[in-house]
Ligand binder design. Structure first.
Ligand code: ARG
Ligand code: ZN
Length: 867
């Protein structure tokens, strides 16, 4: 049954303190909880409702008295205590079975021990509790386990006692001084190695840092530790926010549904975002680790100190924290490439989501399963919404807004309105018209047209906006869209828009609005939506030469990149249409020349690489009325080949010029050079020449780092042929014992262009390297295949059937991950009727299965709703 935002009621009971005793035994874990409970005087008296799931209830008592059966109702997932006293102590004892917990929510077993994931509703799988984020309590936790098997016993906060017990067992007690919602609870009982360090805050607090990993992996923790310290320093410098803890621990676990989790003082991470060493992790991995470590650390303020009132407010903490980790990444690495990658990701993931059956506002108003709403919309579009606030009021007012937010709400569970109100009050700006962004789903489409009046020396820019209907929201209101605009003169320089300004932020808030620029001496080329100032689709009827002009000259690096993406994207779509009609693809000389200008420019290598990376198929498919994935794929490859043929000498020269000097190290400049060099290698291998295959194989064999080795592997695996098979076999033989490298090996095969990709994926399902119980393996093999545009959407329906069956298998093990996989079907209605029939049949078969989880049911049910 769906839950609605409008039904929110404050809790009838508060819990002030929680004391947990957790006893790990071979026949299960016994959790004894003592809760200090008190009536909330602000709401009408009502029963105390506690959540639970898969708990074996052993005993219940109030104030030391065992509860009489008439005093409560015990269901599978609820415990209702009818009329408790105003203030009392509730004692419960339950047994749970972490060894059988394959959902990886609550307390579960992984290779090296036991770990938790409680957000959003995992704590109820550990003990009876009002498992909602607006109930905040202070926790004391005592853990007992066998000492030899599980020497590490961790929980949130500070260690206050530890010691040995009978039969080779030991215990540890932790006290968390901060009130927190149950979703931030964590505990770890495991055998792990630890890398320790310390950090001194500006005000002089000494924080003990620890990163806990699988034994033997300490040499892969250094980068994460450095990232943690950088994040701490950055948050002090940027927002004046210091770490409030004596102990800050990160624990890496190989079985984890998501990326990482910000549990107070005890973050739990997917190994993927902790472990890195030059020979096993790529530059992208190193950079992602920086971002995720920063993200979880930043949550300590935006999420933990100020938390969410209810789960509809998820973007309050996620959108804001993603914005913060993006800014950290921009400051630490390259601002321009960071922005380009964010937008590329938004268009590949969030725009399709916003146009599909699961479309929802940044703040959803209803859900069936909250786990399905940890989405690109809540996270990435949510970050864009925060970024628009930043753009509208400027950096200084934004900082004052953050200060106001913490001054008002530290220690509270609040709403998105509370955040925006702090920004409004600190800046004096009325954000009422802006709130549409939180309420309304769908990507607004902005059309721009310009007209130049030479006699009046005036340029008029007229903007219109529409937002397509989304499920449950047929009619849309206009949004307040900040449109950053510059005007390029014929020499490529920015025109003065008044007072020396070269970029204007237009506040576009109605269906249609005109903006007038005076004193313009010649017809300009407009540079629209600079730095991607709003998450919209922008249409402007650019001529090819205007795009080449922007690509060569725009002072806004994002829009230089954007001009290239438009140029390539328009051509790929035109060629897809030609190929579908049986005509040949074309590549105008102007496009090759524009690409050459970028390739030979003295821009940052990372920028050049981004500019010459073609838009992805899923992104381009959004622009087609009926998607023809084969024509789209062929057209994209044809352009890659045409660029390779036209720029072969340039690519080769650059590949040689960028050869590494000295040993690998991860730094932004080196990473940019590697990226560009590997792009050159990829383009050269678009050409069917043995010499380039041999070059790739040489790089594969000789590289001293995973970035170059994996880039060569990917190039060869896509090219097909013997070199690809040789490299894949050698790669597995070398890295079969490094789980995260095996994931790369699976993904590169599942994402391959080769015609026999599905057969390969089916074979890999049975390979020793694959494990349906491990989310990373599922994401690497199955979700990558689901994102393989041409093969997932194969005309004969084989891709749909295969993935639907795997979703069914997986649902019995891990519904959250199964539901994520089901999202591959989001765009099935955009394809031709024959593909639609195959997809509908695969979805209907899934929908009809008895015992489907709520997670998968919601996704499949929404996908099948007639539109
Ligand atoms: N709050 C975590 C983060 O943003 C994500 C945890 C979500 N977990 C889940 N099972 N849905 O880093
Ligand atoms: Zn987060």
């Amino acid at each position: 049954a769906p839950v609605f935002l409008k039904d929110y009621l404050p809790p009838a009971w508060w819990v002030d303190t929680v004391s947990l005793d957790v006893d790990l035994r071979p026949d299960g874990t016994v959790v004894s909880a003592t809760l200090a409970v008190r009536r909330n005087p602000e709401v009408a008296p009502g029963p105390l409702c506690l959540n639970g799931a898969e708990l074996e209830t052993l005993s219940l008592a109030i104030d030391g008295q065992s509860l009489s059966p008439s005093a409560y109702t015990l269901g599978d997932e609820s415990l209702v205590i009818t009329a408790p006293p105003e203030r009392f102590t509730l004692e419960t004892k339950v047994r749970i079975q972490p060894d059988r917990n394959t959902q990886l929510s609550g307390f579960y077993r992984s290779k090296d021990g036991y770990f938790t994931q409680c957000e959003p509703q995992g704590f109820r799988r550990i003990t009876w509790f009002p498992d909602r984020p607006d109930v905040m309590a202070c926790y004391t936790v005592t853990l007992h386990a066998d000492k030899a098997s599980y020497p590490v016993l961790l929980a949130n906060g500070n260690p206050v006692a530890q010691g040995d017990e009978a039969d080779g067992r030991h215990f540890a007690t932790w006290v968390d001084p901060f009130r927190k919602p149950s979703y931030l609870f964590a505990m770890v009982v495991a055998k792990l190695d630890v890398l320790r360090d310390t950090y001194r805050t500006t005000s002089g607090r000494e924080v003990q840092l620890g990163i806990f990993v699988e034994p033997g992996k300490l040499d892969q923790c250094g980068h994460a530790m450095a990232a943690l310290k950088k994040s701490m320093r950055w948050d002090e410098a940027t927002f004046g926010l210091e770490c409030d803890l004596d102990h800050y621990m990160i624990v890496a676990v190989g079985d984890f549904n998501m990326g990482a989790m910000e549990n107070k003082g005890l973050n739990i991470f997917n190994t993927k975002y902790v472990l890195a060493r030059a020979d096993v992790a790529t530059d992208v991995d190193f950079e992602n680790i920086d971002r995720v470590v920063a993200h979880e650390y930043f949550h300590n303020w935006t999420g933990n100190r100020v938390t969410c009132r209810d789960w509809f407010q998820l973007s309050l903490k996620e959108g804001l924290t993603v914005f913060r980790d993006q800014e950290f990444g921009a400051d630490t690495h390259s601002r321009q490439t960071a922005r380009i990658r964010e937008v590329r990701g938004l268009r590949a993931m969030q725009f399709p989501e916003d146009a599909g059956p699961m479309a929802h506002p940044v703040r959803p108003s209803t859900y069936v399963e909250i786990n399905n709403f940890y989405t690109a919309t809540v996270y990435e579009k949510g970050a864009e919404v925060v970024r628009m606030i930043h753009t509208l009021i400027g950096k200084d007012a934004f900082r004052r807004g953050m200060d106001t937010y913490f001054a008002r709400h530290d220690g509270q569970a609040v709403t998105c309105e509370d955040f925006v109100a702090a920004m409004a009050d600190a800046s004096g700006v009325d954000f009422t018209p802006f709130m549409t962004w939180y309420r309304q789903a769908g990507t607004p489409r902005v059309s721009a047209r310009g007209s130049y009046d030479a006699a009046a020396r005036r340029y008029t820019l007229t903007l219109t906006q529409v937002c397509p209907p989304t499920p449950g929201q047929p009619d849309k209101a206009p949004c307040l869209i900040p449109v950053a605009v510059g005007l390029l003169g014929p020499d490529g320089r920015d025109l003065d828009l008044g007072g020396g300004r070269t970029t204007a932020i237009l506040q576009f808030s109605t269906h249609e609005q005109s903006f007038v620029f005076e004193n313009i001496d010649a017809a300009p080329v407009p540079s629209l939506l600079r730095n991607f100032s709003a998450p919209v689709v922008l249409d402007f009827d650019y001529q090819e030469r205007e795009l080449a002009h922007l690509l060569a000259h725009d002072s806004d690096p994002f829009n230089r990149w954007e001009a290239g993406q438009r140029l390539f994207g328009d051509l790929i779509l035109a060629n897809a249409a030609r190929l579908a009609r049986g005509e040949a693809a074309e590549c105008p000389a102007g496009v090759i020349a524009a690409a050459r200008t970028v390739l030979l420019s003295d821009s940052d290598p990372a920028f050049i690489a981004e500019a010459l990376t073609l838009p992805g198929e899923a992104t381009l498919a959004e622009r087609m009325a009926v998607v023809d994935p084969d024509a789209l794929h062929a057209a994209r490859n044809a352009l890659a080949r045409a660029l390779a043929a036209g720029l072969e000498d340039d690519f080769l020269a650059l590949y040689e010029r960028l050869a590494p000097v000295g040993a690998y190290q991860f730094d932004t400049a080196d990473a940019g050079r590697r990226r560009l060099r590997n792009l050159c290698l990829g383009y050269l291998n678009e050409l069917d020449r043995g010499g380039y295959r041999a070059q790739a194989l040489r790089q594969f064999e000789q590289a001293d780092n995973m970035t170059d080795q994996f880039a060569a592997l990917a190039t060869l695996a896509n090219a097909g042929g013997d070199e690809g098979d040789t490299a894949l076999a050698a790669f597995y033989a070398r890295w079969q014992h490094e789980a995260l490298v095996v994931d790369k090996w699976l993904a590169v095969q599942a994402g391959s262009r080769r015609d026999d990709t599905l057969a390969g994926v089916e074979r890999l399902m049975a390979h020793a390297a694959f494990d349906l119980k491990n989310p990373n393996k599922v994401y690497a093999l199955l979700r990558t295949f689901g994102g393989n545009h041409r093969h997932f959407h194969a005309a004969d329906g084989s891709g749909y059937r295969f993935v639907a069956e795997r979703i069914a298998d997986l649902d019995a093990i891990n519904p959250q991950v199964a539901a994520r996989l089901a999202r591959c079907f989001d765009r099935w209605r955009k394809f031709d009727t024959s593909r639609q029939a195959h997809a509908r049949a695969a979805l209907a078969a899934l929908h009809a299965r008895p015992g489907l989880s709520r997670d998968v049911f919601e996704v499949v049910d929404k996908a099948l709703v007639e539109v």
